[in-house]
Design a protein around this ligand. Structure first.
Ligand code: HDE
Length: 706
């Protein structure tokens, strides 16, 4: 090529490139440009000296493109790195003016926009969703009086009582420092070493070992503010408050074996579930409730309200529903929104204030501090997802990433700018944040209050409140986790701690670890709080539950349609699975569309299973190990199974216990065997409302419960 000849157009050289040209040439409006707005005609070939020559530094587009790419990542969150977000709104049911002057809680039905981020705690950004872990449940309310962040979890308590221990706790639970293993799991030496030496963790461990730590869906878990906060009314009067989110769909969990398989089959299990529900218009909904305690009753409990390892049992102070939140929009860009959202416990609005909970006080320092490193400077509140809808008028200036062209002076007091921005006047109380005037007095001491020292009573309360299968799952989880701990000393110490919770628990865990049962502590209480058991936290209906239908040529298509009709009427999502995608033919040549190829899916991705009749089809399925495994796992994970006609043969092929197959109690165990789709459809819906059947023969480890 002689100098001065224009470069070849992309695609000039070969036919394939010419075919792709239609994806490359853009109308002016969506043309590719540099960061400076200059149009680019080729982003496939760097500028070089000669076709086979060296790449030229002069190619500003190439350098800009690669430089920007090199800087795309920011540090992930030190905890809660893996998360999923959604937008929506909150609306109160009633005015709460009696307790708080918070503007967004004054008017029934007035909507406040929100952004929510759900997360796991231990694992890095790319870790699996269904690990055993606490889930973050953080909500940013964009109120007219500024942003309010309720940065909660799906458990109502925490591992430690004082924030100064947070780095210790996180170092212990994160991957081990030498091997960086295990990812997304607490089942390792350092975590249990720490907890065994830290009895204040015991209550939280009960939650962590329960099925609450493996939620079926972000849409099916509770959220808690954890700390006791303070509502403040227009006259400056305070009321203690604990916040609760309750999911409309009920609280439902996975079982451990299922969660582990799902981590491989779909590491995005919870993220996908949230995303798809919102995309399909099944908007997740949660009710916000409060437990209110008058200041005069601060000392009325047998625990300290400032201790974040304690709950206020709902039977003692009922949860009062005050509003609902609906999540109705997925983010447009994961990084810009879900990754860059910056929550902060100290983002409060007039009417909501802190207490002296030492965990909360430390958090109020940490969240602002962590954003500085994560988001690269002090201007992160200007990012779209963090920007308040309330007017912002500060004297802050400059800094990395400043987005605003500010004008005027930036000091106070000033006369040259007419005193602006000015303080709210003394008489102007509406919409002004005034710190609650709590009287404090004390020595400067480094001590833990005596009132924080009972570490076991509420762990016992939790244990006593569980149903038999929930207890069995707690025991199995302790056995699993401690079974991964190499040090016998740590195992023994931990089992020793559990002997203060309940003798049944410590004995069952010890047995699984091959240790002698420790002597149960004396004075273990028998109190219980039914509100803690998932048995009592069911939702209504089966909306968005996923049902798999196993099909092959010869499937009874009419029966499938009948059951599908009934299930979709109730809002369930039905998918037909067969060996290959496309369609299968019924016995009378009807056509049934196949939604998914069986080898791409797994039982753990569904809530319930239907095996329709059809002699030839059932024979094909019985010869397919993937189909047989599907049935076997569905049974083992407690999922409702409906079989119609010949489909019943699949139960025997999956080696379900004879007592279920022949004992006549199958329906009670959520295994619905019937002739004719009409007959089974209603029972199937009822079984799905029950979610899981944990009392099936062979499911509960007999050693794990008495
Ligand atoms: Fe957090 N926590 N935390 N935490 N936390 C963070 O802030 C911290 C605690 C919670 O989706 C960090 O922006 C301290 C309790 C959630 O972006 C960090 C203590 C509860 C999220 C931090 C706690 C939480 C975080 C890391 C005292 C439940 C994710 C990244 C022991 C009530 C928010 C970030 C999101 C995130 C500090 C304890 C919930 C380092 C010092 C208790 C949901 O600032």
């Amino acid at each position: 090529m002689t100098s001065g000849t224009p470069n070849p157009r992309p695609g000039e050289h070969d036919e394939k490139d010419r075919q792709l040209d239609r994806f490359r040439a853009a109308p002016e409006s969506d043309a590719l440009t540099t960061d400076q707005g200059v149009r680019v005609d080729d982003t496939d070939n760097a500028l070089r000296a000669g076709e086979r020559g060296p790449t030229l530094l002069e190619d500003f587009h190439n350098r800009e493109k690669i430089t920007h790419f090199d800087h795309e990542r920011i540090p992930e969150r030190v905890v809660h790195a893996r998360g999923s977000g959604a937008y929506g709104y909150f609306e109160p049911y009633e005015s709460l003016a009696e307790y708080t002057c918070a503007d967004f809680l004054q008017e029934p039905g007035r909507r406040t926009p929100v952004f929510v981020r759900f997360s796991t705690v231990q694992g890095p950004r790319g870790s699996a969703d269904t690990v055993r872990d606490v889930r973050g449940f953080a909500t940013k309310f964009y109120t007219r009086q500024g942003n309010y962040d309720l940065v909660g979890n799906n458990f109502p308590v925490f591992f430690i009582q004082d924030a100064i221990k947070f780095p210790d706790f996180v170092h212990a639970v994160k991957m081990e420092p030498d091997s960086e293993m295990p990812t997304g799991a607490s089942a390792h030496n350092t975590f249990w070493d720490f907890c065994s030496l830290q009895p204040e963790s015991t209550h939280m461990l009960m939650w962590l070992m329960s099925d609450r730590a493996i939620p079926r869906s972000f849409r099916m878990m509770q959220g808690f503010g954890v700390h006791t906060f303070r509502f403040v009314d227009a006259e400056g009067r305070g009321t203690f408050v604990k916040f609760h989110w309750k999911p409309r769909l009920g609280v439902n969990s996975l079982v451990w074996d299922e969660a582990q398989i799902a981590a491989g089959r779909d590491p995005d299990f919870n993220r996908r579930d949230l995303w798809e529900a919102i995309e399909s218009g099944d908007f997740p909904e949660y009710e916000l409730g409060v437990q209110l305690v008058a200041e005069k009753d601060e000392d009325a409990f047998d625990f300290d309200l400032l201790d974040a390892t304690k709950i206020i049992p709902e039977e003692q102070v009922p949860v009062r529903p005050i509003g609902r939140m609906v999540l109705d929009r997925n983010p447009q860009n994961f990084f810009a929104e879900t990754e860059q959202v910056a929550f902060h416990t100290a983002n409060v609005v007039p009417g909501i204030d802190f207490t002296n909970d030492p965990l909360l006080q430390g958090r109020n320092f940490s969240y602002l501090d962590t954003q500085l490193i994560r988001l690269g400077g002090p201007n992160f509140a200007q990012l779209p997802v963090n920007r308040p809808i309330a007017d912002v008028n500060t004297n802050h200036r400059d800094g990395y990433g400043q987005q605003v062209i500010q004008s005027g002076d930036s000091y106070f007091p000033n006369s040259l700018s007419g005193g602006c921005p000015a303080h709210a006047g003394a008489a102007d109380t509406t919409g002004v944040f005034r710190h609650y005037q709590e009287r404090v007095a004390g020595e400067k001491v480094r001590v833990r209050s005596e009132s924080f020292k009972d570490h076991y009573s509420q762990a016992t309360l939790f244990w006593n409140s569980m149903s038999d299968w929930e207890k069995a799952h707690v025991v199995e989880a302790f056995r699993f986790e401690l079974g991964k701990v190499g040090s016998t000393e740590v195992r023994e110490r931990m089992v020793g701690n559990l002997a203060h919770v309940h003798g049944d628990l410590s004995a069952a865990v010890a047995a699984g670890l091959g240790l002698p049962a420790p002597q149960p502590a004396s004075g273990i209480r028998t109190h219980a709080s039914p509100a803690l058991s998932q048995e009592n936290l069911g939702g209504h209906g089966i909306r968005t539950r996923k049902v798999a239908v196993l099909a092959a040529d010869g499937t009874d298509v009419e029966d499938v349609e009948t059951v599908r009709g009934r299930l979709t009427e109730e809002g369930a999502l039905v998918e037909v699975l067969a060996a290959d995608e496309g369609s299968v033919h019924g016995a009378d040549s009807e056509v049934l569309k196949v939604d998914r190829a069986l080898p791409t899916m797994a039982s753990v991705l569904y809530d319930a299973l239907l095996v329709p009749g059809g002699k030839q089809a059932v024979q094909t399925l019985m010869d397919d190990p993937a189909a047989v495994r599907f049935v076997e796992e569905s049974y083992r994970h407690g999922k409702p199974i409906a079989v119609e006609g010949d489909g019943a043969q699949m139960l025997a092929a999956a080696r379900l216990p004879a007592e279920v197959l022949n004992g006549g109690s199958a329906a009670e165990q959520g295994v619905i065997i019937g002739d004719g789709a009409e007959g089974i459809a209603d029972t199937f819906v009822g079984a799905m409302e029950h979610h899981r059947f944990m009392h099936r023969p062979g499911l509960l480890n007999p050693g794990a419960i008495d």
